[in-house]
Write a new protein. Structure first.
Length: 233
């Protein structure tokens, strides 16, 4: 999958938080406490949908950033990275939106809960088994067009901290989707991609006719930081 804006932003944020932690531990910068208080306030503000907490957290973080050497170091590192890449002749478009295609095939029916992983369905026809998997960091690619779903209801359930999920479905398959994202982008079928901030999307598609005993699919996704894409092909 291509590295997305969400993924790049998340990686930079993690790196910055680590820098802040190092500054607090090694250099004893007391203003770091404002950063962590702000982050906590924003987190609970998003969870409880409280604009007051989010604004308060933002103020604390701004106060902290104005006095952090970590921020100055981060800006210096970004500028140095851009200069080096441009000096080597790398096009600006490639620097801003790097492309990286990585797919790790998962043996048929074996989906493992792993802290760090990239997993996908086999690249050839395979026998379907319900998917229920969770992890911290990783990408998931599921192609339902290369299998035959059993009658009645099948399930895809993914719980992930950081990463992307892409699911490809056949055109005639009825599907119900429950997607929850803390920060990321969600693209469902031909709808315009939507940026989510601690939001959930529920929708169903392909139920224009009574399904009876035909196959249907339920997709349940819970992603903290990452992008979700569900398309038909």
């Amino acid at each position: 999958m291509k590295r997305t804006i969400t993924e790049s932003t998340t990686l930079w944020l993690i790196g910055f938080v680590l820098l802040v932690f190092v500054e607090a531990v090694l250099f004893g910068n007391g203003n770091v406490i404002f950063f962590f208080l702000g982050a906590i306030a924003i987190y609970f503000g998003l969870q409880r949908r409280s604009k007051w907490l989010v604004v308060t957290g933002g103020i604390f973080i701004v106060i902290a950033l104005l006095s952090l050497w970590s921020l100055r170091l981060l800006i210096f590192a970004i500028l140095l990275y851009l200069v080096v890449r441009l000096w080597k002749g790398t096009p600006a478009e490639e620097i801003m939106r790097p492309l990286k295609e990585v797919k790790a095939e998962t043996p048929n029916g074996i989906w493992k809960d792993r802290l760090f992983s990239r997993q996908s369905t086999p690249f050839t026809s395979y026998e379907w088994q319900d998917i229920h998997v969770q992890g911290i960091v990783g990408d998931f690619y599921i192609d339902v067009t290369d299998t035959v779903l059993p009658k009645n209801t099948s399930l895809i359930s993914i719980r992930q901290g950081f990463g992307r999920v892409k699911i490809e479905l056949p055109y005639d398959l009825p599907v119900r989707i429950h997607c929850s994202v803390l920060f990321g982008e969600c693209r469902l079928f031909d709808l315009t991609p939507k940026r989510l901030l601690n939001e959930s999307i529920h929708m169903k598609d392909g139920y224009d006719r009574p399904i009876g005993d035909e196959a249907e699919l339920i997709i349940s996704l819970s992603i903290r930081f990452g992008d979700v894409e569900v398309i038909r092909k």
